[in-house]
Design a binder for this molecule. Sequence first.
Ligand code: NAD
Length: 505
Amino acid sequence: MTDTVAPSAVRTLQQYIGGSWTPSTATEAIDDRDPATGDLLARVPLGTAADVDAAVASARKAQAGWRRTAPQIRARALYRLRDVLDQHREELAQLVTQDMGKTLDDALAEVGRGIESVEAAMGAPHMLKGQNLEGIGTGVDVETFRQPVGVVAAITPFNFPAMIPMWFLPFALATGNGFVLKPSEQVPLTSERYVELIEGIEEIPKGLVNIVHGAHDVVNAILDHPGIDAVSFVGSASTARYVATRATENGKRVQALGGAKNAFIVLPDADPATVSSGVCGSAFGAAGQRCMAGSVLVLAGTPEQQDAALERIVAAAAELTSGPGNDPTTDVCPVISSDARTRLVGDIEAAEQDGLKIVLDGRKADAGQGGANLGPTIIDGVPQDHRVATEELFGPILAVVRVADLDEALQFTNASRYGNSTILFTESGGAAREFRYSAESGMLGVNVGVAAPIAWMPFGGWKDSIDADLHANGDDGFRFYTRNKVVTTRWASKSAAPTAGGMRF
Ligand code: NAD
């Protein structure tokens, strides 16, 4: 609900700019609700270009000193951040569950992933080392340096409130940049808590990290601001394309990670228990709201083999319990809002009207106090070009596509506009090797349900799942936030190492 910023029993969030909490210049705010209960948690100001301007000025000012801070001292500040986050694991996970809805176990795993990104960024002194080549001419050497790009912004989605801001913040800081975060307006509370915890770390200068709450206007102000040098974005494919286009037009470096339609390919020789647990955990965990969630089950083999595999998966999915994320017996949490549930129910109805078979119907699950629960849903007999097999629905809905073999499976999955992740279940090394070579996705899994790389590896898809050259995390994280500088030097005096036949300068 959008409304004017008026006095209310529930607090309106503040921006964090220049090292202090300050009211937004916004005239409007929206509700942040607990998906499980529908309770109003906070009002989120729809921040303005003036808020962004102030945040950029603050980041720029603090960055001037931060870039001159030794890399190992910057890394040490991240060791402190790592320890503080570790001490607050449980509390952060509870906040994620309350704000986003996922189960506590899942939230704890997410917080753990965020902490791992901090740990990976702590390797900055190693990762920032340049290259050199001695004696390229008489008395001439050449060397490279990686320097920060300046002020960077991150715009993040609702589905990983703890992990995704940490894909960017630690790498940006480790490499010597100032930082502006625009968290999802649907789940702003974990980011707010992060900044409160950062406030207590004296090694991180005041004003270096800023948070601007809001929605489209804040995003547009970031994309247009001449003081922002690079933008990291994660969200749906259409927003990613928009962000990448506008940021690029404005001369910014950009990495925009978009949506997904991830498939599981199941070959007849796959281990049945591995398939059932992998598929159910991935398709229905976090109510299917992970960018790595599989949402198309591609069954290869004879109709009998396909039926047997599907039967096992439907039986396992039917055992899953839908409920609030803070109930330890819950397997499938609510989706982000009752509106999202309504949209997903519409998708199931449309599939039904097209004659597809709903073999497990999540609409029968109790919608819960917040009206946002939807049980696991499996739709069989889906043509390869049907919307439920090709488009991201972002809920606990699994489309079943039947194919003859691995070749046909790969033809189908490679035809997708997306390329985030594809999973193969098989016990055949040869099939797995062919899959690894041929599948057109950025992140592959073999016999694992969710093939999310650890933070020391790059995270990102192909095709419409990304508009970027460099992925998040891993080596790419360091590269995205730094510029290469190449210096060629000649010292005429005492050039003791003559080079024969080198370059002439
Ligand atoms: P979203 O695109 O709606 O929102 C993401 C961010 O963009 C938010 O901060 C939002 O305020 C902003 N935004 C949304 N629409 C905008 C517009 N028209 N103009 C300017 N700003 C806009 O995404 P979401 O619903 O929050 O997140 C779910 C999506 O994110 C899914 O598509 C999922 O696949 C994707 N995702 C991708 C990855 C990945 O690694 N590729 C990871 C997580 C989530």
